[in-house]
Design a protein around this ligand. Structure first.
Ligand code: AMP
Length: 303
């Protein structure tokens, strides 16, 4: 199978109650590709500046991520600065510097043009659509976004959503996008914008999957040590979409399994800063945590 992603590759500066990380490797497409690389082959479309060290590109290559579509241009790499309080569910964005993304014209390489699955990671919705329109219509198009674009480029985002099959979004952002405080009503409103399937991520409270005629709830893994929630959403998406691409099946059963693989990848990612935990991760650990998730919610019917 083949999975294509467009999104940000970034330098992040992050402060949590447990420590600080300055100018570390981040970005929605970086977290996504790394997480998805445990399940399938990933092709990456993004841009970095001339300040981006080769060692980060080598890391992506070591995960077998195809970086032919990673452009390098003169200027500075995208930078994001964020902070978390003790409530680790909500990032406070302190600074966003689009830098080389401002003039970015995505050019999808010839070898990328027939993806089975396309993931539009969190980035300008105009760029998301530009990539979507350069490829043969994939079997599945999934998408992520954030408040920065919901507030800043709403009309463009709504146009992108009309062409998307699955949207993954945070609880607060779902309410903001739908303009509706009740999550079930918000989900219906968003499904009316295009995506027939919706995944609402609820941080330490897990995730909800809204299908065409069913709802499924997945818990979050009860972790004792959470250091940095940055990238939790993107690594969730990497596990979720990566598994679906691997299965090449998007039915209800696969979607429910995928949401657990997404939760597994997010739970590993938050155990350390940047991509440090995913760098040392082994597929056997992923399988074993998947089975622990199963035990978490398996219970008998009424006697
Ligand atoms: P999350 O998975 O939601 O924690 O995403 C965190 C990542 O999103 C960080 O590594 C940031 O570099 C990236 N990010 C933050 N703001 C934006 C934005 N406006 N556009 C694209 N990527 C962003």
């Amino acid at each position: 199978m083949s999975l294509l992603v467009v999104g940000s590759v970034a330098f992040d500066s992050v402060k949590t109650p447990f420590g600080v990380a300055e100018d570390v490797l981040g970005g929605s497409a970086t977290y996504f590709s790394t997480a998805a690389s445990y399940f399938t082959d990933v092709k990456l479309v993004a841009v970095v500046g001339d300040d981006f060290p080769e060692k980060h590109v080598s890391f992506l290559k070591s995960r077998k991520v195809d970086v032919e579509g990673l452009q390098r241009t003169a200027g500075k790499t995208f930078r994001w600065k964020g902070e978390y309080g003790y409530d680790l569910n909500e990032a406070k964005t302190l600074e966003t510097h689009l830098n080389v993304f401002e003039g970015f014209k995505p050019e999808v390489p010839e070898s990328y043009k027939k993806p089975d699955v396309l993931f539009l990671a969190n980035i300008d919705p105009v760029l998301q659509r530009e990539v979507l329109h350069q490829v043969e219509r994939p079997k599945l198009v999934a998408c992520d976004t954030m408040n920065f674009w919901i507030g800043g480029k709403r009309a463009e985002l709504v146009r992108t959503l009309a062409e998307v099959d699955i949207l993954l979004i945070n609880e607060g952002e779902a309410r903001e996008l739908a303009g509706e405080p009740n999550l079930v009503k918000a989900a219906k409103a968003i499904q009316g914008m295009g995506p027939s399937t919706l995944v609402i991520k609820r941080g330490e409270y897990g995730a909800l999957l809204f299908g065409t005629d069913y709802v499924f709830s997945a818990p979050a893994y009860p972790l004792e040590s959470v250091f940095d929630p940055t990238g939790a959403g993107d690594s969730f998406a990497g596990g979720f979409v990566g598994y679906l691409d691997n299965m090449h099946n998007f039915d209800e059963k696969s979607l429910k399994q995928a949401i657990i693989f997404g939760s597994v990848m997010a739970s590993f990612n938050v155990e350390d800063f940047s991509l440090n935990r995913m760098k040392s991760l082994d597929y056997k650990e992923i399988e074993s945590r998947y089975r622990e998730f199963r035990k978490l919610t398996l219970f008998d019917d009424i006697a």
